[in-house]
Design a protein around this ligand. Structure first.
Ligand SMILES: [Zn+2]
Length: 87
């Protein structure tokens, strides 16, 4: 395969400033996203949580979810996340 005639456009163009702006913007977005991710990663606690049952509906939470520090069953978690996202 020969890359004959393949235009290597933009290769030597001075676009460093744009890249800096883009990187800065990306960083801002990352910071906001990171805070959100960290907030979500926090193990949730609830005064009514007994360590076994969903705080929303009272159903038993599967052990796998308990290990993930979940305090809601799958259904209530999904419902909550939908609410959090404003759907
Ligand atoms: Zn539930």
């Amino acid at each position: 395969m020969s890359g004959d005639g393949d235009p290597t456009f933009g290769k030597d163009t001075a676009h460093g400033d744009n890249l800096d702006v883009a990187a800065d913007l990306q960083q801002k977005l990352n910071d906001a996203g990171l805070a959100e991710v960290q907030r979500r990663a926090q193990p949730e606690t609830h005064p009514d949580f007994d360590g076994k049952h969903c705080i929303s509906c009272g159903n038993e939470i599967p052990k796998l979810r308990l290990k993930l520090n979940k305090i809601r069953c799958v259904y209530c978690q999904e419902a909550k996340e939908r609410r959090d996202r404003g759907y």
